[in-house]
Every structure is written in structure tokens, then in C-alpha cells.
Design a protein around this ligand. Structure first.
Ligand SMILES: [Zn+2]
Length: 395
């Protein structure tokens, strides 16, 4: 390479360096777009209730608008919890119980305040119940028609245990009552059952239903010791669970439930389960057990004016409006927000997989465990089951 050529090459290189410097300088001094200013903030939270230490957090969402009403994308904000700065939280959970006030702050603009009640975790004494399924058939061979196979019962027990015994952590205020449901292994006369939890019998004739009719007293196992579930023909396509009664002297009667002055069993207690409700992903059986333990539906009939189930922490909605324009598993609550219902005391059109109970529902269940009459909570070591036909006839 000649000296001339080197000089020319150096000159071009210098031009390139100057050019690139000047470009960089221009970029650095370009005017920046002004940061949009939030004029209003709206904070919302997925639930108003949770339980201390619950694995499932509450979800926070913030809507920020500028002074022309345009929504700001991804604003930077800080959440204050009871006045204390906690940073840019998108979820909330607490290890301690109490009332919490949350609000969002962007610069000098503050959001509305959302309230969260964090309940104290309850520790309940374990309680065991034994269930007897009376399979009421028409003489069909075992495993056909109304004479359903054992695995249908095993499947229903799985669903029951998922609701009452296993944490699903689907909703932040779910809880468990510390109940253990088992299939009965011994009949009222003290004999070992051939099939655990199953008593097969033929109904008197095909006009007889399992809807708590008189003939069933002959196949009624003492409800002090067993939860009776009659499976078969209810004649109307629906299943039913009998609400508990309390002694009228009982001072802690849960709201909405009745009391009786009867001193002994005076009616058929338990569940009538329609055969059609036993197929896969049908949660009717645990739902009816909820009724047996004093729970009401979480929805109202056609309005939203009352606390229909006496549980503050269930999301309630208008069922008639929902059925007029069904929106699959999404419900619109009485306070106007949309939610996905996992509660076992809701009706059909829920997501498959799991159902749960809320903290307040569990408190009602435990009141029934402690004070409800003829719920089947006695163990066979505490006494001897009676002949219920004799009780029916006044003996
Ligand atoms: Zn129901």
C-alpha cells in the first residue's frame, strides 16, 4: 500500500468516525416524550376475604387514567397497606389476621381504598363420619340399572373427600372443616359389610321413590351413628339433602336453620341421590352433604337483596338472571363483578376438577358438628344403633 493510499484511507476513516460521533450526539439530544401523568387511580382486589397464611394470594389490579380519560399502560405505582409502603404489589396475602386497608399511589395521586379481612386460621378437632349408601334397585343384576356397581360409590367418595378433606387452594378464603368421611364397615347389628359402605335392597315397587318416603324407615340405619344416603329413583331428577335441626334450647343456632322440641329421631335424615347425578364430574353428592351440614346455596332466586346463605365470604349472584343468559362458568356477583365459581354450594356450569368451601361455610359446618341433631357423628364404641322401624312406631 502506498503512502498516498494510506493517507486517503485514514481520511475516509476520520470522516466515518466524525460521522458516527455526530450521529450519536444527535440521538442523545433528541427530545424525550413527556411521561404521562395519572389523574385518577382505581384499585380493585379479587376477594374481600382471605385466611391468614393461605397459599392462594388475592390479586390486585390498578386502572390509571390521564386527565383526558385515557388509560395509562403499565404505570409505576406503590401500594400502601395500612399506610405503610409495600412497593409495586400485584398480589396480597398475610400471615397475620386482621383488617387491612390497601391503596395505590402514583406521585401525588391516590386510589380508592380496598378493604381486606384476613381471618384467623381455625384449628378444629378431627371428626369422623361413617356413610351407608342404600342402593335401591329393581332386582337388576349387580352392576346394572339401579343396582349400580361399587366403583360408582368409590368415585362419589373421592369427590366428597376433595371438597371436605383436601385443600384445593382455588380461592383465597377456602378452608377445611377437619372432617373425615369413611364408608361404614359394620352394620347396625354388628356384622361386617360384604361391600364397605353399601347396603343393596329392592324397592317395594316401581312407584316407590327414595325421596324420604315412609317405606324407607325399614331401611334406615340409626342416624346417630351413620349418614344415610339412599341412591335410586327420586322421581323428579333431583337429589336432596336434609338440613340439620337443633334443640330449641341451643343458644348457638346457625342462622336460617330450624330447631325442634322432639327428643328423638322423628324423620328420615340424610341424602336422596338421583341415579343420574352419579356420572363423572357431577358434584351433586358433596353439594347435598353441604346441605346436611347446614349450608345453603350461594345464589339467590331472582334478586340480590339478602344474604342468602348467611356467609359473608361467599360470592353471591342472581341465579335466575344467570340462567336467562348463561355465561358458562363465569358468574356476575350481586356487587357487579365477574368471578369464577368453585363453591360446592353453587349449581351446574362450573369448571371441572375441584370444588371448595369458604371459611364462613366451614364455621357453619362445625356448628352442626358440635350441636346438630342426628348427624351420624357417634362411633360404634359409644353405644348400639337402634332399630329405626321401632322408633318410627313409637318404640
Ligand atoms: Zn342444593
Amino acid at each position: 500500500m502506498s503512502t498516498n493510499r494510506i493517507s486517503k484511507w485514514l481520511f475516509l476513516l476520520m470522516l466515518a468516525v466524525i460521522g458516527s460521533l455526530s450521529c450519536g450526539s444527535d440521538d442523545g439530544e433528541a427530545p424525550q416524550p413527556e411521561q404521562p401523568v395519572a389523574a385518577s387511580l382505581e384499585l380493585s382486589i379479587s376477594e374481600g376475604y382471605t385466611v391468614a397464611g393461605h397459599a392462594k394470594p388475592l390479586l390486585l389490579s390498578l386502572k390509571a387514567l390521564d386527565n383526558e380519560g385515557n388509560e395509562l399502560f403499565n404505570p409505576s405505582y406503590t401500594i400502601l397497606v395500612n399506610g405503610e409502603e409495600k412497593g409495586r404489589l400485584s398480589t396480597f396475602r398475610s400471615e397475620t389476621s386482621g383488617s387491612f386497608e390497601l391503596k395505590a399511589v402514583v406521585g401525588t395521586v391516590e386510589s380508592n381504598v380496598v378493604l381486606v379481612q384476613v381471618r384467623e386460621q381455625q384449628v378444629y378437632q378431627p371428626k369422623t363420619y361413617r356413610i351407608i349408601f342404600h342402593i335401591v334397585h329393581d332386582g337388576e343384576p349387580l352392576g346394572t340399572g339401579y343396582n349400580i356397581p361399587q366403583d360408582r360409590i368409590a368415585y362419589q367418595m373421592e369427590l366428597l373427600e376433595k371438597v371436605f378433606e383436601q385443600s384445593s387452594n382455588l380461592t383465597p378464603n377456602s378452608a377445611l372443616p377437619n372432617i373425615d368421611f369413611e364408608l361404614a364397615s359394620i352394620d347396625p347389628e354388628g356384622n361386617m359389610l360384604a361391600e364397605p359402605g353399601i347396603n343393596r335392597l329392592q324397592r317395594p315397587d316401581q312407584s316407590a321413590s327414595v325421596l324420604f318416603e315412609d317405606w324407607m324407615w325399614g331401611h334406615y340405619w340409626d342416624p346417630d351413628y351413620y349418614i344415610n344416603v339412599w341412591v335410586g329413583d327420586t322421581k323428579n331428577g333431583y337429589s336432596w339433602g336434609i338440613y340439620p335441626e337443633f334443640a330449641c334450647s341451643e343458644p348457638t343456632l346457625p342462622q336460617g336453620l330450624g330447631c325442634t322440641s322432639a327428643t328423638d329421631v322423628h324423620r328420615l335424615e340424610g341424602i336422596a341421590l338421583e341415579l343420574d347425578n352419579l356420572y363423572d364430574e357431577n358434584w351433586v353428592f358433596p353439594h347435598e352433604m353441604g346441605h346436611v351440614f347446614g349450608l345453603f346455596h350461594i345464589f339467590s332466586g331472582s334478586e340480590c337483596s339478602t344474604d342468602v346463605d348467611f356467609c359473608e365470604d361467599t360470592r353471591q349472584y342472581n341465579r335466575v338472571a344467570y340462567e336467562n343468559t348463561p355465561t358458562a362458568h363465569v358468574r356476575t356477583s350481586c356487587t357487579g363483578d365477574e368471578f369464577i365459581s368453585y363453591n360446592v354450594m353453587d349449581y351446574w356450569q362450573q369448571l371441572n376438577g375441584a370444588r371448595d368451601l369458604t371459611y364462613d361455610q366451614v364455621q357453619r359446618i362445625r356448628a352442626v358438628v358440635d350441636h346438630g341433631l342426628w348427624r351420624g357423628g357417634k362411633s360404634l364404641s359409644e353405644g348400639t344403633p337402634r332399630d329405626m322401624s321401632a322408633i318410627r312406631n313409637g318404640g
